[in-house]
Ligand binder design. Structure first.
Ligand SMILES: NC(=O)c1ccc[n+]([C@@H]2O[C@H](COP(=O)([O-])OP(=O)(O)OC[C@H]3O[C@@H](n4cnc5c(N)ncnc54)[C@H](O)[C@@H]3O)[C@@H](O)[C@H]2O)c1
Ligand SMILES: [Fe+2]
Length: 370
């Protein structure tokens, strides 16, 4: 049994200045970032790197069109890619480290040779995706009306760098959506049939850190997150390590058509179906691993195990209010289409479900969350 896949070397710096002193930004570097993230921390420091500002290519999460336009604007050769940003930037940066990644549709369909060519350094500025340690890049494919992940070891970073200082300006809304995403990575990977003792060690620790942090924030208010940012950044990284080995499952699969159709931030789209999926697991196989897992979560939440998903929803609603799907504009007629999309296109994720979820089960969950 392979216990854990963890390729990047991992670093933690208290400040951007220390990271810069160790790394340097040279003329053979390509930095992919946002002005409002990069400038407050790096503008006074020496740099000869070329910079690609992601916000010049559109708002929201990454699409094939956005990444292709960005790639077309990179002139000259570069040897190292440094991605500094949220999951959007990190996932795009991974593709830029490959040799000839275009057209992206063919790359994701594995019709192109996938070869890593550049050194890759990833610096997350949200506390969500854990993408800095995973081998996955996720894009929305406009013509296919959904998001897809490409999972291949060539997408691993050489270095994953955590700098809590960078999260100080992260607005509460994105703190919330990204950390809920991390929590769901930890939940899904812990119940995945591919979970191992090592992946669970990281997954369960992430759950404990995130839920305890949420309890403090709900009690004391949004500003209480500030001293906890380092904890949340580390927890999202742990959750990334956990799902990098054990995978995510139905929550992610079901959120992709929804997120792509209504441009809902990834963590929020996950949360819209999260408790529905876990309640379905609980109903379908209450005496399997979920029994002990629910007791573990209930202990953190100080509630009876039977009430764990209702209590969880109460806590999470204090961080990010869950909206029924209809409030995003989803129509009932779309639910069978989303279901078909999940069953036909998200096999990579659906293989990791705790219990079998067939078409009817997926449709029932969408309907319950509608
Ligand atoms: N590859 C993976 O393993 C993996 C895992 C989970 C999610 N994802 C993908 O990641 C994306 C979501 O990433 P995300 O949740 O990190 O959000 P994001 O990268 O889309 O960022 C959300 C918003 O916050 C802003 N922002 C980010 N950091 C900031 C900071 N420090 N200060 C101020 N503003 C900041 C961004 O500019 C953006 O407007 C989705 O596309 C999702 O599919 C990838
Ligand atoms: Fe995610």
């Amino acid at each position: 049994m392979k216990l854990l896949t963890l390729k990047p070397e991992m670093h933690l710096y208290d400040t951007c200045k220390e990271f810069h002193a160790d790394t340097g930004f040279t003329e053979s570097d390509l930095i992919i970032t946002n002005r409002y993230i990069f400038e407050p921390y790096f503008s006074g420091l020496p740099s000869q790197a070329r910079i690609l500002w992601q916000e010049d290519y559109g708002a929201g999460e990454p699409s094939d069109e956005m990444a292709e336009k960005m790639y077309a604007d990179v002139k000259g050769r570069f040897k190292r890619v440094i991605g500094i940003g949220g999951g959007t930037i990190v996932d795009i940066s991974k593709l830029f480290a490959l040799k000839n990644p275009l057209p992206l549709g063919d790359l994701f369909d594995r019709k192109l040779e996938i070869a890593k060519e550049k050194e890759l350094i990833l610096v997350p500025t949200t506390c969500g995706t854990g993408s800095e340690v995973t081998n996955i890049s996720i894009l929305e494919f406009k013509s296919r009306h959904t998001k897809f992940g490409l999972a291949t070891d060539e997408l691993f970073a050489d270095k994953a760098v955590l700098i809590p200082e960078l999260l100080e300006g992260l607005p509460f809304k994105f703190f919330a959506t990204s950390s809920v995403d991390a929590l769901i990575h930890a939940f899904e990977s812990t119940l995945s049939p591919k979970a191992t003792p090592c992946s669970e060690l990281f997954g369960r620790k992430a759950i404990e850190m995130i839920l305890n942090g949420y309890r403090e924030i709900v009690k004391k208010g949004e500003e209480a997150r500030k001293p906890l940012l380092k904890n949340f950044l580390i927890a999202s990284n742990y959750a990334g390590i956990a799902f990098g080995t054990a995978g995510c499952a139905a929550v992610h699969a079901m959120s992709y058509p929804l997120g792509a159709a209504y441009h809902i931030p990834h963590g929020e789209a996950n949360y819209a179906v999260f408790t529905g999926v876990f309640k379905a697991y609980q109903r379908k196989n209450p005496t399997g691993k979920i029994k002990e897992f629910d007791a573990f979560v209930a202990k953190i939440l100080e509630c009876p195990p039977e009430a764990v998903y209702d209590e969880l929803e109460k806590l999470l609603n204090g961080i990010l209010l869950r909206k029924p799907l209809r409030e995003y504009g989803v129509t009932r007629q779309e639910l069978p289409e989303f279901t078909k999309n999940v069953m036909e296109r998200q096999g990579r994720l659906m293989a990791n479900n705790y219990t079998l979820l067939d078409d009817q089960a997926i449709l029932d969950i969408y309907t319950a969350m509608y």
